[in-house]
Design a protein around this ligand. Structure first.
Ligand SMILES: NC(=O)c1ccc[n+]([C@@H]2O[C@H](COP(=O)([O-])OP(=O)(O)OC[C@H]3O[C@@H](n4cnc5c(N)ncnc54)[C@H](O)[C@@H]3O)[C@@H](O)[C@H]2O)c1
Ligand SMILES: O=C(O)C(=O)C[C@]1(C(=O)O)C=C[C@@H](O)C=C1
Length: 368
């Protein structure tokens, strides 16, 4: 497809969607805008966008497609702005926000002007933020929820799907209310729980210094998402308040039931509690709803000597394995450092694992 695409908010999601669109529609021209100049410059440098606009007005003016990929409270303000600036009559406006009811309500001012707005939400992502984490394969096989209002013509929905074809996601049309309930249960509420578990461990760490050193396996698995952007999650919670308050209340009731089983030392009920959860969890589809690891990280335990990082990257370069990110984490006392190397694909990660194990004696693992 040809046309001008304007992406507002050049972070993980905006950057990834821009890469998907450029990958699929070679002739489209992608204009980006970010309030943070550094993100704009980086997006241009990484080839995520063709150019960066100096304002929303400038970028929106001639756009055929506008995608708003900012935190959801900001998205509302941008929708208000788009409603009062001149746009092409035929422009299609969409967003990627994790909440939908409030956003769709805010878009009414825009739709009253005859502009088409279709709410969107790609159901895959990461705890990482910023355009440097953007990748073209982020949404592959994930669900992409669309929440068009009833009056939106089928052809407009199909046009948006065509623009977003390069995501390789599976589109599902739903209502904003159903969207917010479902994502409340499977995404928003779990983020509150992950953050609360980290708070609990942090409080314990004041008196028990061993806590941070022992926080491994299970704790790291269940709390990965607590490393997500606080701005993004503040906005999501504020916009999905009623549903989350209800889920919190249901959870408190459930925890009371767990406490009762424990007080009564009811081994059978405790067993059933875990057994039922295991059964449901084990039966979840493996390759859906962002269940694919969004990033292919490889963890390498490295000793502390000068040049160890360049030694490893040298071996990877020799085998022509591209990396997307590298980071040193010092998490364990007995091992000097853990190197976290990110790859674009599972194939690259496996090749890298084999390569490092071949050239060195460093331990590698695919889980932290
Ligand atoms: N991270 C995920 O896993 C995920 C997945 C699906 C959807 N989402 C949704 O996508 C949106 C973006 O999330 P992200 O993970 O890309 O966040 P991000 O922090 O990586 O990127 C957001 C970008 O928006 C920019 N921004 C903020 N205010 C702005 C403004 N007024 N004008 C222009 N740019 C502005 C920020 O500078 C930042 O670069 C959010 O609405 C989020 O709810 C996130
Ligand atoms: O994988 C993660 O880190 C995510 O949290 C991704 C996740 C999710 O909860 O599944 C987070 C928010 C989005 O709206 C969609 C996807």
């Amino acid at each position: 497809m040809k046309g001008r695409v304007f992406v507002i908010g050049l972070g993980l999601i905006g950057g990834s969607l821009a890469l998907c669109m450029k990958g699929q529609h070679k002739d489209c021209y992608i204009i980006g805008y970010d309030i943070n100049d550094e993100q704009g410059k980086l997006a241009k440098m990484l080839g995520v966008v063709d150019c960066v606009a100096s304002s929303i007005e400038e970028g929106a003016m001639d756009a055929d497609l506008i995608l708003i990929t900012t935190p959801v409270q900001v998205t509302e303000r941008i929708l208000n702005l788009l409603a009062v600036i001149p746009l092409k009559e035929t422009v299609l406006v969409s967003d990627a926000g994790s909440t939908k009811a409030e956003i769709v309500k805010h878009a009414e001012k825009l739709t009253a002007k005859g502009i088409t707005f279709i709410g969107g939400h790609p159901m895959a992502g990461s705890h990482k933020s910023g355009v440097s984490a953007a990748r073209q394969l982020l949404f592959e096989n994930a669900f992409y929820l669309l929440t068009p209002e009833k009056h939106i013509a089928e052809e407009k929905i199909n046009l948006l799907k065509e623009w977003l074809k390069g995501t390789k996601a599976k589109f599902i049309v739903t209502t904003p209310e159903e969207h917010d309930y479902l994502t409340g249960v499977i995404s928003h509420f779990p983020h509150i729980i992950a953050a609360s578990l980290v708070h609990q461990a942090e409080k314990t760490s004041h008196d028990q210094s061993l806590v941070t050193r022992l926080a491994a396996g299970g704790f790291r698995d269940i709390t990965r998402i607590a490393s997500s952007s606080p701005t993004m999650w503040r906005d999501i919670l504020l916009q999905n308040k009623e549903i989350l308050l209800q889920l919190l209340s249901d959870w408190q009731q459930e925890m009371k039931e767990v406490a009762a089983m424990l007080k009564e030392q009811d081994g059978e009920r405790i067993y059933q509690y875990f057994e039922k959860a295991k059964k449901f969890r084990d039966e979840l589809p493996q390759k859906q709803m962002g269940a694919i690891p969004a990033f292919y990280d490889l963890f390498v335990d490295v000793p502390d000597y000068p040049g160890v990082v360049s030694e490893i990257t040298g071996y990877l370069a020799k085998e022509e394995i591209s990396i997307t990110n590298i980071q040193i984490r010092e998490t364990r006392e007995d091992i000097i450092g853990v190197l976290v190397i990110s790859f674009q694909t599972e194939h690259d990660r496996l090749r890298a694992k084999e390569c490092i194990e071949y050239y060195t004696s460093f331990e590698t693992s695919i889980a932290p």
